[in-house]
Design a protein around this ligand. Structure first.
Ligand SMILES: Nc1nc2c(c(=O)[nH]1)N[C@H]1C(S)=C(S)[C@@H](COP(=O)(O)O)O[C@H]1N2
Ligand SMILES: [Mo]
Length: 224
């Protein structure tokens, strides 16, 4: 299958991220996803409960903004839209119009997503990859997967979701260059201000060092 503009296929699926060399965060014994924001009360969804919602399989490629793509991944989990409709929508405060969702991981990684992008049909909270429980390299116990957006949107080790009625402050502290708000891969929305095509060579120089650092922090050794 064709790749989005400016992407190159890699073999396997490397551990990669703003975590750099840091090892994956420890997973609590009974992990939960806490959902807060424009809600009449906070929601605590245990990862065990999540597994009771309708299951969804998704075959997709995964595209990092730096320019590598892992192809043919098979995810399993629950559609974020199903979680939203079942567990969140009934608790929305009456006049609250949610516009943005923030996904936070146990390591502090945060992605800010437009609600309409988060509700797309291919957005999962995934707990399995290629027929196995998600390992710590790829986001145990559960992660967001939004394959139509660049990888930084797909927060690993998901533990908290915030529902906002306006665009939340976004310090962009991890990116050398501010991320695009929608980050759609087929539109090549890498950067907020510069065209994706222009930043390609800059990002490309970062792949090798970030990949090497990320592998160093891996618990399971280098893979992919
Ligand atoms: N919690 C967390 N999620 C994260 C990151 C991170 O550093 N921490 N990095 C993001 C980036 S930039 C990418 S490309 C993907 C990489 O996912 P992988 O390590 O499973 O390949 O995870 C994304 N989600
Ligand atoms: Mo990335």
């Amino acid at each position: 299958m064709a790749l989005p503009p400016g992407q190159r296929a890699v073999t396997g699926f490397p551990r990669f991220g703003t975590h750099l060399h840091h090892p994956p965060p420890p997973v609590p014994a009974d992990p939960v996803i806490t959902m807060v924001g424009a809600l009449s009360k906070d929601v605590t969804l245990s990862v065990a409960d999540l597994a009771l919602l309708p299951r969804q399989e998704l075959a997709a490629d995964f595209h990092c903004v730096a320019g590598w793509s892992a192809t043919g991944l098979r995810w399993e989990g629950v559609k974020f839209g199903a979680v939203y409709r079942n567990r969140v929508e009934p608790l929305l405060t009456p006049d609250a119009a949610v516009s943005h969702v923030v996904f936070e991981g146990l390591d502090g990684h945060r992605s800010v997503v437009w609600l309409e992008d988060a509700l797309a049909d291919d957005v999962l909270i995934a707990d399995r990859l290629d027929g196995r429980p998600l390992d710590s390299d790829h986001g145990a116990p559960v992660r967001l997967v939004s394959p139509s957006q660049y990888g930084f949107v797909s927060t690993k080790h998901l533990c908290r979701v915030e529902f906002h009625t306006s665009r939340p402050p976004d310090p962009d502290r991890w990116s050398l260059i501010a991320a695009h708000q929608r980050a759609r891969v087929w539109q090549e929305e890498r950067h907020r201000h510069l065209s994706g095509r222009v930043v390609r060579p800059v990002y490309r120089t970062l792949i090798r060092p970030i990949r090497a650092l990320s592998a160093r922090g891996s618990r399971t050794g280098t893979r992919g």
